[in-house]
Design a binder for this molecule. Structure first.
Ligand SMILES: Nc1ncnc2c1ncn2[C@@H]1O[C@H](COP(=O)(O)OP(=O)(O)OP(=O)(O)O)[C@@H](O)[C@H]1O
Length: 531
């Protein structure tokens, strides 16, 4: 330990262990986060990062070990305790009430806050003060649900600061952000750091670790395996420390050799509650090509996937799959789309990809459960289902390899791999993939990308929707950009450039919602006027 003058770590974890039944999620984990620094934590899916943070934030109690905050030993039994010790958490899935204003959300549940009294001038004053101090420009009266995700995340940060957080935990904060929004978040983190806030950043993106952190800790299989000064390491070294082998960080692919059209969508339009979600979208998918859809979330990508997979009935336009034409009058359900050899990996694995209360083996055959290979006349053939799931788990490296484990109890990345395995293993002619590598570690990204390219080379037509521009650019042979339900641009995968695509995604500086982030770029403390 240092002498008198060195301040104690903002956080010190000593020998933290936590098991879930036979799974040792954390084993003797030590971690020190120095005050006023950004400390990255990386590790493969299931390495134990979220468990460790859940212990620090009071969601779980450790089986053993100690937590020291600013040198003082603390017992954290609940998130209320964590907040009272100055710890704030920005969750991956925001915990905001969309129908409340920014101010209401910030005040909600805060210690001593007057009960949602909109006229609370002191809360408003405090919020504006924090906005100004940390350059977190946001309109206190904006309806939270109307704000783009980047601004909603700002509200989460403000909420934590309003509760007096001096230590912030961010769990994969950039998963749903555009490159511009990510840049802004990093500027904000930089300011927070310069004001003495200590930050823990969990991310699978090594470029983010290199760009913003001071130190980085690496977890593997529940243990802390190494720690580095960021300035003294590299992406390649970190990848290797995480996975235990060399990882190919770039997608290795040859030029596409597109063949016949396997799917053609013409003039798809779709309205929900009178709001246009798809506006005259036409596209073709050919055998042997990967078409990427780039766009800020909420610009029609979800509805496009839903239309092309049969989840939402066509309202206008048509889809040709092979010799079958689907129109509003001749609609087919998702099962019939599957029978036409269309595979679908939904964007939201929890809502659409699996039932989290089901076991892994049930997830592994969901949608194909009527297949006679698994379905006896009266009962399911559990042995066959289990064997199938075990093989998928081995082929797709899903951990733990336990077909009977509830789907909810796999880490996020492993849930994703299980859903991908189910859809890819059947080698559909057309594969629609939403957010293929959301929350997935770099070793698994390498694996998933390789497999998608192998499917392409074997003649499948693949449509990839992803908010990860890097992913879209490195995987796609053609890129279509969506904005407000329309396809506003097409770029060849080879020529694509992140900044240019980012601008197209925000429709370059117009006043519409999707482009709002452009306006915030250099603002310091003006209030946002949501579009
Ligand atoms: N409530 C639970 N019950 C049973 N097992 C659990 C539970 N929560 C986590 N686990 C297991 O603990 C291990 C660590 O999971 P954790 O979510 O901490 O990993 P992670 O590093 O955050 O992964 P990812 O990057 O995929 O989010 C995994 O094997 C997971 O399946």
């Amino acid at each position: 330990m240092g002498g008198q003058s060195a301040p104690p770590p903002a956080i010190e974890l000593k020998a933290i262990s936590k098991s879930f039944g036979p799974v040792k999620a954390n084993q003797n984990v030590d971690l020190k986060v120095l005050p006023g620094t950004i400390h990255g934590i990386i590790g493969e899916n299931g390495a134990g990062k979220s468990t460790l943070m859940s212990i620090l934030y009071g969601f779980y109690e450790a089986d053993s070990g100690e937590i020291l905050i600013n040198g003082q030993k603390k017992k954290i039994h609940s998130s209320r305790d964590a907040i009272s010790f100055g710890i704030g958490m920005v969750h991956q899935h925001f915990m905001l009430v969309e129908t409340f204003t920014v101010l209401e959300n910030v005040m909600l549940g805060a210690e001593g806050a007057p009960l949602l009294n909109k006229s609370s001038q002191s809360a408003r004053k405090e919020l504006l003060k924090l906005s100004k101090e940390y350059s977190l420009a946001v309109d206190p009266d904006a309806m939270t649900g109307d704000l783009p995700v980047g601004l909603q995340q700002r509200v989460e940060i403000l909420k934590a600061l309003y509760r007096g957080a001096e230590i912030l935990i961010l769990d994969e904060p950039t998963g749903v952000l555009t490159p511009q929004e990510t840049d802004q978040l990093f500027k904000i983190l930089d300011i927070l750091r310069s004001r003495g806030v200590s930050i823990i950043l969990i991310t699978h993106k090594l470029q983010e670790i290199m760009a913003i952190t001071d130190r980085v800790s690496v977890m593997r299989a529940g243990t802390m395996v190494s720690e580095r000064e960021t300035s003294e390491t590299s992406k390649n070294e970190l990848a290797e420390l995480m996975v235990g082998r060399k990882v190919l960080l770039e997608v290795d692919k040859t030029d596409a050799n597109p063949g016949e059209i396997l799917l053609e969508a013409k003039n798809l339009s779709y309205k929900e509650d009178g709001v246009t979600k798809l506006d005259n979208v036409s596209l073709t998918l050919r055998a042997g090509e990967i078409v990427g859809i780039a766009g800020v979330s909420g610009n029609g990508q979800t509805e496009l996937l839903a239309a092309l997979s049969g989840i939402c009935p066509l309202q206008s336009g048509s889809i040709d799959i092979g010799s079958t034409q689907i129109t509003p009058k001749n609609h087919k359900n998702p099962k019939e789309f599957r029978e036409l050899s269309v595979g679908h990996v939904p964007e939201d694995r929890h809502r659409m990809g699996m039932v989290t209360a089901f076991t892994a083996q049930e997830t592994a055959i969901m949608g194909f459960h009527e297949d006679p290979a698994y379905n006896g006349k009266i009962l399911m053939n559990n042995k066959a289902v289990q064997e199938h799931c075990t093989r998928l788990m081995q082929d797709y490296d899903v951990r733990p390899e336990d077909p009977k484990l509830k789907s909810a109890n796999f880490s996020g990345g492993n849930q994703q791999k299980l859903v991908l395995a189910r859809e890819m293993d059947r080698r559909p002619e057309v594969l629609l993939v939403g957010q293929p590598t959301r929350g997935v570690d770099i070793g698994a990204i390498e694996f998933i990308h390789k497999n998608l390219i192998a499917m392409r080379d074997a003649g499948s037509a693949i449509l990839v929707v992803s908010v990860e521009l890097e992913e879209i650019m490195s995987l796609s042979d053609r890129i279509l950009v969506m904005f407000e339900g329309r396809i506003v641009g097409e770029v060849s995968g080879k020529e694509a450039d992140a900044r240019q695509l980012g601008l197209l995604m925000g429709n370059a500086g117009t006043q519409s919602t999707g482009s709002e982030q452009q306006n915030n770029n250099n603002t310091t403390h003006s209030e946002e006027i949501p579009a």
